[in-house]
Design a protein around this ligand. Sequence first.
Ligand code: GDP
Length: 367
Amino acid sequence: MSEQYSCIGCGVKIQTEDREAIGYAPTSALEKEEIICQRCFRLKHYNEVQDVHLTDDDFLKILNEIGKSDALIVKIVDIFDFNGSWLPGLHRFVGNNKILLVGNKVDLLPKSVKPNKLINWMKQEAKELGLRPEEVFLVSAAKGQFINEVAAAIDEYREGKDVYVVGCTNVGKSTFINRILKEVTGEGDVITTSHFPGTTLDIIEIPLSDGKALVDTPGIINHHQMAHYVDKRDLKIITPKKEIKPKVYQLNEGQTLFFGGLARFDYLTGGRRSFVCHFSNEINIHRTKFEKADELYRNHAGELLTPPRMEDMESFPELVKHEFTIKEGKTDIVFSGLGWITVNEPGAKVAAYVPKGVHALIRKSLI
Ligand code: GDP
């Protein structure tokens, strides 16, 4: 493209090469008098918010923008991948703005999870991570559960101000906004032609009835999310679609579990005990002996231990070992973006293996 075009919807620079990146428009759109990017096009014509990829630098710019504005911030996290989908650093940018914390995908959690307990857990975690939300909610954007409650809270806490919705990719931010749009604006032409002066970030403003806006900020990529290391088809396997069924394993010391070929768990010491695995129902869990585990992985990753697929093994990062001693009762060993194992009693020594770059951690049990 020789000429530089900007989207009349959000002000982003138009590009025609990368469908997934910000500012994409098909070449045919350039012939129009008023050019809008695909993301704004979808919002305008289908009331549908589309996800785009964004660099960390761009995201920092957006956070700065939020810090300077007088607005309510709605932060979305994926409750199935709480730590992996947490946006670190947000609290440093919010200034005096109020925050609502929304845990999405509550439909995935086993029925045994008590919502109030989980909300308290989220409050505690948020505090430890430096964020002090006004209120914490659990919702299912996909199923529409508790959306009305959040919509009401947004209306109450925004006190006539703009609303910024933030979250990293894959938390369900688009699904959430689409739901809220249905609740708040109904059908109609919701796009606004105004954009942030002085920025070329594709922030979308969805007008609210009092002249203020609901602002969709692009999702940031958390590089330690498992999602970035697997094939798109495998993402479907590791992302739970419906309520996860916990699987209980009675393990002796020296036993190993493989989660496909994506992660590994060694039970080192602590006597025979049970481990409750919370993973997508479609992930294969393979039990073996610790002494055989290395060889099994070498010979069968990508085949018996799949995903990843054989053709992806070459580029798949090596599994890195993280050792933990469980010192308190009811602890989760978290394989970021994949799931977690709950241990009920203290005293176990374990090792979690995840692809290099992905996080493994322990936390006070969510359930
Ligand atoms: P974004 O990247 O944050 O905008 O996320 P999307 O809205 O594109 O959603 C990411 C994935 O999560 C998609 O596969 C959605 O179907 C799924 N998803 C979104 N909300 C929910 C939910 O409430 N429950 C479940 N189970 N899946 C959801």
